[in-house]
Design a protein. Structure first.
Length: 132
């Protein structure tokens, strides 16, 4: 029995296709795509379910009502597309913690979680500061 060789996508091709998609998004829809606004809107949608009276008072959500829009669907499409890509290239691997993370931060889940959370906060702050 032969073991199938894993064939990953070329990062150059994937990068070029992402660039073409970005250009088409601006040319056809007149909109830039991004993910940080979607995460904020998703948090707003969850908050709207849990405490609708609180979200009605937040200035950000008064200006930009959290709802499912094209950008939210784009982020869902990124997830679905990456899943399809990994399955079709036989590189899908269900793994909770990458080897590099475990090697760097050890087996302690709390330590890795705190570092990952802090990194996410910093990245989100930078993305929101850059308006997207």
């Amino acid at each position: 029995m032969e073991i199938a060789e894993k064939k990953a996508w070329s990062p150059y091709l994937a990068g070029a296709l992402s660039g073409v998609l970005s250009i088409l998004s601006i040319w056809i829809a007149g909109k830039y795509f991004g993910a940080s606004t979607t995460f904020v809107r998703s948090a707003g949608m969850i908050e709207k379910i849990i405490g609708p009276e609180r979200i009605a008072k937040m200035p950000y959500f008064i200006k930009d009502v959290p709802e499912i829009d094209w950008q939210w669907m784009f982020v869902v499409g990124i997830f679905i597309g990456s899943l399809i890509s990994s399955i079709t290239s036989s590189t899908f691997l269900w793994k909770g913690v990458p080897d590099m993370w475990e090697k760097r931060f050890g087996p302690n889940r709390w330590k890795r979680g705190i570092v990952a959370f802090a990194g996410g906060v910093i990245a989100m702050f930078g993305a929101r500061l850059a308006d997207g």
